[in-house]
Design a protein around this ligand. Structure first.
Ligand SMILES: [Cu+2]
Length: 126
């Protein structure tokens, strides 16, 4: 009887009617901030296994991108303009990955990874 009284407000409507459509779809998994700049990638050195959504912000003055590869994964964002952000969702298993900016500008003799935009990432069991 007490349980019925406590939920009276919702009792007259079917469960589906109580659900509201989500205004924003939250990306799956852990959200991890990544900051791209000249010339580096700022991100955690190690992360737990599972689905991870990298929120990649370009804090630099040139276009950059974010790629994660090795250990059976190869995924990347498109180029991100300065001041903008992109997301990249991957599912990671334990191991060592390489993070880099894949942007190359041969006409300016610039390879962003070689300029410093690369670093390892260790993914560890929870
Ligand atoms: Cu870059």
């Amino acid at each position: 009887m007490l349980a019925c009284a406590a939920s009276l407000a919702g009792c007259d409507r079917p469960p589906a009617a109580r659900r509201r459509p989500a205004a924003v779809v939250r990306p799956p998994g852990l959200l991890v901030e990544v900051r791209l700049r000249e010339w580096g990638i700022d991100v955690a050195d190690s992360l737990p296994v599972g689905p991870i959504t990298f929120v990649v912000r370009n804090a630099g003055h040139e276009d950059h991108a974010f790629r994660i590869h090795d250990n059976g994964v190869d995924a990347a964002t498109g180029e991100v303009e300065p001041g903008l952000a992109a997301t990249l969702t991957v599912t990671l298993t334990p191991g060592r990955y390489a993070l880099e900016c894949p942007v190359k500008e041969p006409e300016e003799n610039e390879d962003h990874a070689l300029l410093g935009m690369r670093r390892p990432l260790h993914v560890v069991p929870r």
